[in-house]
Design a protein around this ligand. Structure first.
Ligand code: NAD
Length: 304
């Protein structure tokens, strides 16, 4: 029988700890503050930002949402980032991605003060992660590590395979696992014999953005499976392929779409533990953003 790694429960735990830390800081006259920068009217981005702002309010973190028109130029957005860098009420700056195509995203991310870089995307924080020095870590990989730790999943000495080499998830996750003494392999779209490489894994992490791509032939019996993918499918035949006969199909019919990770649900029977989608890695990302904001508030004051 495989164990479900309940990201919702763990994120609740983390958030209550963060609320307590924020309350402690408040007693010292400090309220951590997060600025959420949203450009344009991408509905998914708007939902993400709304959730982040709402979570700040729940935890006693100050937040400010800044909305900019879709046609804003790189130079104008850079000016706004510089203003936030110098704003003493703001400890964390979050730039919601993706930005419109005319914006040079790299320039914007590089302009964020590394001490306020709560997404951990600035090259200084990437370097700190690489060298295993203290710094702000990208939220999704940090959340996965926190989940593994709290669920007492041993990483040290284990074969870990990460599918996906993005700067946001795959690469930083591989580095964090390496720093915890896993033997790490990173796979990507050019990897030869992907199922064969994945079958070596004691810990298999899928972060590719391909619905249900990881099938049981990728998985060693008894492995731990971390599914980072979040894919929405609205095609009934595709939904049937993954969820025929399960309650998720009723869900699909009621809503016209359903979420699936990068892992085919058939894998759940083969593994010892897995993160479900939804309710696995997703909720941890936002919890770690809150944790990073409080950490940034302390870092900036030299309290770490
Ligand atoms: P990305 O598109 O930047 O990177 C995908 C990676 O997967 C690439 O490195 C690519 O080489 C690899 N890949 C793609 N197809 C492959 C294939 N057929 N075989 C092997 N490798 C393949 O995506 P990302 O930003 O890293 O996100 C990955 C997934 O994680 C997406 O579904 C995204 O929605 C999800 N995500 C979830 C959270 C969360 O909070 N749970 C956060 C960030 C991203």
């Amino acid at each position: 029988m495989s164990r479900i790694l309940d990201g919702t429960a763990v994120s609740r735990q983390i958030k209550s700890e963060i609320a307590a830390r924020a309350a402690n800081l408040k007693r010292r006259g400090i309220q951590p503050g997060l600025a959420a920068v949203l450009v344009g009217d991408n509905p998914a981005s708007a939902v993400y930002v709304k959730n982040k702002v709402q979570t700040c309010a729940e935890l006693g973190i100050y937040s400010r949402r800044l909305d900019f028109p879709v046609a804003i130029s790189t130079a104008e957005l850079l000016d706004q980032i510089r203003i936030l860098n110098h704003d003493d009420g703001i400890d964390g700056i979050l730039v919601q991605l993706p930005l419109p195509s005319q914006i040079e995203t790299r320039l914007i991310l590089d302009a964020v003060d590394p001490q306020k870089d709560v997404d951990g995307f600035h090259p200084e924080n990437v370097g700190r992660l690489c060298a295993n020095l203290p710094g702000l870590r990208p939220c999704t990989p940090a959340g996965i590590m926190e989940l593994l730790k709290r669920e007492r999943i041993e990483v040290r000495g284990k074969e870990a395979v990460v599918i996906g080499r993005s700067d946001i998830v795959g690469k930083p996750l591989a580095l964090l696992l390496l720093h915890e003494s896993a033997t790490v392999t990173i796979c990507h779209s050019k990897t030869v014999d992907l199922p064969g490489v994945c079958r070596r894994a004691d810990l298999l992490c899928a972060a590719m953005g391909r619905p249900g791509f990881v099938t049981p032939d990728f998985v060693k019996s008894g492995a731990v499976l971390v599914d980072v993918g979040i894919n929405r499918i609205s095609d009934e035949l595709q939904a049937e392929k993954f969820f025929a006969g399960s309650a998720r199909m009723d869900n699909f019919r009621a809503r016209g779409s359903v979420l699936i990770g990068d892992v085919h649900p058939q894998c759940y029977a083969v593994v010892s533990a897995y993160t479900p989608v939804p309710g696995g890695v997703g909720p941890l990302t936002i919890a770690m953003l809150m944790a990073n904001t409080v950490q940034a508030a302390m870092l900036r004051r030299g309290w770490f």
